[in-house]
Design a protein around this ligand. Structure first.
Ligand SMILES: *Cc1c(COP(=O)(O)O)cnc(C)c1O
Length: 397
């Protein structure tokens, strides 16, 4: 039999049907947005959509309080400022994340200190945190990458021993649970994003959740130009931002939140099916599951690619071949932040040496991930992903 020709070499793509389109919306979003339009209450000072969403989202995360802001990046900055973190302070975090995690520390004048990841989870390696603690360390900022919670038991334990705050970057972890508890307010504060690619979205948007009434009041004040809840209109007790979310976003998010639990079940079932289907595929390995993760938002489906199993072809060549076969919703993942010019420019001599981050370097080289909307299809969609991988592997054998 002749070898099938890969689409990248001019053959027929294995799949031509598109994956589910993102975002998903229906009359619920339409009705609520029109309600805002006709009410004339377009901002939170007169409307109730953002307020209602804050209550529902806090409840959804098992937190007492939520404050909505324009995006996840600002949510992280506001969380750090609410804790009083600023110039001279250090914040321990992971280099394998979106730039906002580290830029948030820099934006408040603090310094991000990177600790390598654990390749089993792609989250910060708790065993390596303590060596990075100095007298300037004020907080640990774990990222729940892909929606898989970081080891919060170990992180909270270290934080307690060194008197550090914990800010959860939960920007990919809506509804995710660590040992039965939803993330965000397990630490002192948690930041969420509702940007266009996220599992729940208003195009842009973010929130900070907490169980601490004082921290909540500080967040509320910081996002509302330093006002205080019981104060007069022109009474500003501190320098804050205007980080108020619009009612349009609140309206869309109220509708999106109603769809989130059902959609998470679909993503989860497809992720599990795909994991099993990939079990027999040598050289493309999903991250192992962790029983302590009792709910996973499945924002990303992370796999590791080994070129030896694909005739020595590079990860990037594989990505191109996979896309050409019609598996479009995939990515090679993050560039480690110490390699990002913007962040590298802020590091001192000797900091950010890649040899200090062996696991992150492997992740940067071997990662292939699928985006959340790829997991919203049916079993056939999952089968075509596996079939495309096998087709490429046969052609490159
Ligand atoms: C999306 C994201 C952010 C930033 O959120 P924006 O709403 O895009 O500003 C921060 N951290 C992580 C891990 C993210 O995935």
């Amino acid at each position: 039999m002749m070898k099938e020709q890969l689409a990248i070499d001019g053959g027929q793509p294995l799949r031509t049907a598109p994956f589910p389109q993102w975002p998903i919306f229906d009359e619920k979003e339409e009705r609520l947005v029109l309600e805002v339009l006709h009410s004339g209450n377009w901002g939170i000072l007169s409307g109730d959509k953002v307020n209602t969403f804050e209550q529902r989202f806090a409840e959804f995360q098992g937190a007492q309080f939520a404050t909505c802001v324009p995006n996840g990046t600002l949510a992280l900055e506001m969380a750090l400022r609410a804790l009083g973190i600023g110039p001279g302070d250090e914040v321990i975090t992971t280099p394998y994340t979106f730039i906002a995690t580290a830029s948030a520390a820099l934006m408040v004048g603090a310094k991000p200190v990177f600790v390598d990841i654990d390749l089993q989870s792609y989250n910060i390696d708790p065993a390596k945190i303590e060596a990075a603690v100095t007298e300037r360390t004020k907080a640990i900022m774990p990222v729940h990458l892909a929606g898989r919670p970081a080891d919060l038991d170990a992180i909270l334990d270290i934080a307690k021993r060194h008197n550090l705050k914990v800010v959860e970057d939960a920007c990919q972890a809506w509804g995710s649970e660590w040992q039965g508890h939803r993330v965000g307010a397990i630490g002192d504060l948690g930041a969420f994003s509702f940007q266009a690619s996220k599992n729940i979205t208003a195009g842009e948007g973010g929130a900070v959740v907490t169980n601490d009434p004082e921290l909540h009041e500080m967040c509320w004040s910081l996002h509302n130009v330093g006002r205080v809840p019981t104060g007069a209109w022109y009474q500003h007790e501190r320098i804050g931002w205007n980080l108020r979310m619009t009612e349009w976003q609140g309206a869309v998010l109220l509708a999106q939140l109603e769809r989130l639990s059902e959609a998470t079940k679909i993503r989860d079932a497809n992720a599990r099916y795909l994991m099993e289907a990939l079990d027999g595929v040598v050289g493309l390995t999903p991250l192992p599951e962790d029983p302590r993760v009792t709910r996973h938002s499945r924002h990303l489906f992370i796999m590791r690619y080994e070129s030896e199993a694909f005739g020595g072809h590079s990860r990037n060549a594989f990505m191109q071949a996979l896309r050409a076969e019609g598996i479009e919703p995939c990515s090679a993942g993050y560039v480690p932040l110490y390699r990002s010019p913007a962040i590298a420019a802020t590091l001192a001599e000797g900091e950010g040496d890649p040899s200090a981050y062996p696991a992150t370097e492997v992740a940067a080289e071997q990662t292939v991930w699928l985006f959340q909307y790829a997991l919203l299809g049916d079993r056939t969609d999952m089968d075509t992903i596996v079939d495309a991988v096998l087709k490429i592997q046969r052609a490159w054998a």
